[in-house]
Design a protein around this ligand. Structure first.
Ligand SMILES: *Cc1c(COP(=O)(O)O)cnc(C)c1O
Length: 415
């Protein structure tokens, strides 16, 4: 039995039939969201019953849009660890600092959740192939879930997209196309071509199910924290699926009576070279405007005109959160710091959160008494590594090698 009540427009409230392959609101063109009969969900599941279920994002089956008996296209995504970063917290002068390590998902990023869910649903609803504009990781995830589903995928990425994601898409059997420009250019190509070739357009938040996959991060966080919410939650923001999805999870659990109290204060973190959400937040604008010449090596943050700008800004304001932009060097420094202190080599996008914490501490936006959670969206292996010292080459006599090793070890870390 499915617990979906209907699919609703987030702007005009128009209701859509979830049995159709939906994209955006048929009436006003805005983002759609799945609404559940939460009373029925609460009557059906208990926290104890949930605890007995196997890991993975489908353990929250009643809060997913899957039909009765619908088999998910899965690689075992979800149930990622919640890590305590006490050494980093001490270094930064903060109190409790927690990280949801989404780099441990299949594909090495949280994109696995969204694309797994979207491809599961859209295959059931009749899609014959998928086309997706991407900064890299979404394309890679679409390719591998397409391979699992036995359906063809075409990925359009900007030139210069990190090699790991392009390789992942190609290895998954996808057709990969590059364009000059950013994901915005790729998005235009997809919106032109996909309807002509009859393949489903999987652009960020232009269909309602990817959000339901990303939402499971919030469901897991609630359970992992013992059915509480943190005080502050930082999210590296491109298209904003998690920034919209995590509060959606919290709201649903609150409506079920499983969570109480205020939502965390949500902070969007972007790069100085592409910060449309930060700019709109500071200006008090209702939605974002296109960012000219977006540049950052954190590819997932290079989204100049996010489709869900309005929804993201609403989350930031309604939770009394904020928005922070950080520089390229700060991101690289943060990537090295997190890896050295905690052993977590995270993606540049996620490292931006650590850089933002440094700033927020200085500005007293982040304080020692707050419980802070950061969503580490991807593994470091998916991006280019920061500049690093070369390894010390060992050659020569045994004595020369020993001397060289001794000299090197005089420094606690070569970083
Ligand atoms: C896509 C991506 C982001 C941005 O996520 P959005 O949901 O588009 O805001 C952040 N980090 C990584 C590693 C990504 O792949």
């Amino acid at each position: 039995m499915t617990f979906v009540a209907h699919v609703e427009c987030t702007e005009c409230g128009h209701r859509h039939d979830p049995r159709l392959p939906l994209t955006v609101c048929a009436r006003c063109g805005a983002m759609l969201a799945v609404r559940y009969d939460l009373e029925r969900v609460a009557a059906r599941v208990t926290k104890d019953a949930l605890r007995q279920r196997p890991p993975g994002m489908y353990r929250f089956r009643e809060l997913t849009p899957l039909d009765d008996g619908e088999e998910p296209v899965t690689l075992g995504e979800g149930s990622t660890p919640l890590l305590s970063l006490s050494r980093l917290a001490g270094h930064l002068g903060l109190g409790v600092l927690l990280a949801k390590d989404e780099g441990q998902n299949p594909t090495g990023t949280f994109k696995a959740r969204g694309l797994g869910m979207a491809i599961t649903r859209q295959r059931t609803l009749g899609a014959r192939g998928f086309m997706i504009p991407s900064a890299g990781n979404a394309g890679g995830a679409a390719a591998v879930y397409g391979a699992r589903a036995g359906l063809p995928v075409a990925v359009v990425v900007p030139r210069g997209t990190p090699q790991a994601a392009v390789a992942e898409a190609l290895l998954g059997g996808a057709h990969v196309f590059t364009v000059e420009g950013s994901i915005a250019t790729a998005g235009k190509v997809v919106s032109q071509v996909a309807p002509r070739i009859g393949w489903f357009d999987l652009s960020t938040l232009k269909e309602p199910y990817r959000l339901e996959g990303k939402k499971t991060i919030g469901l897991e966080l609630a359970e992992q924290l013992g059915w509480r919410m943190p005080d502050l939650l930082l999210y590296p923001t491109g298209g904003g699926t998690g920034l919209v999805g995590i509060p959606k999870a919290y709201e649903e659990l609150r409506a079920m009576g499983w969570l109480a109290g205020a939502l965390p204060r949500f902070f969007a973190v972007q790069a100085d070279g592409c910060a449309p959400v930060v700019k709109a937040f500071r200006e008090g604008a209702e939605t974002t405007t296109a960012w000219e010449n977006p540049t950052t090596h954190a590819a997932g943050l290079r989204v100049p005109s996010p489709f869900a700008g309005r929804q993201m800004l609403r989350v930031l304001r309604e939770t009394r959160g904020g928005a922070v932009a950080v520089g390229e060097k700060e991101i690289q420094d943060a990537q090295r710091l997190l890896a050295r202190l905690e052993g977590v080599w995270t993606a540049p996008e996620a490292a931006a959160l650590v850089a933002a914490l440094v700033r927020m501490k200085e500005a007293r936006q982040a304080t020692r008494d707050a419980e802070i959670l950061i969503v580490l969206t991807g593994a470091g292996l998916k991006g280019d590594p920061p500049p690093l010292p070369p390894p010390v080459d060992l050659a020569g006599s045994d004595e020369e090698i020993l001397a060289r090793v001794r000299r090197a070890l005089q420094h606690p870390s070569p970083l």
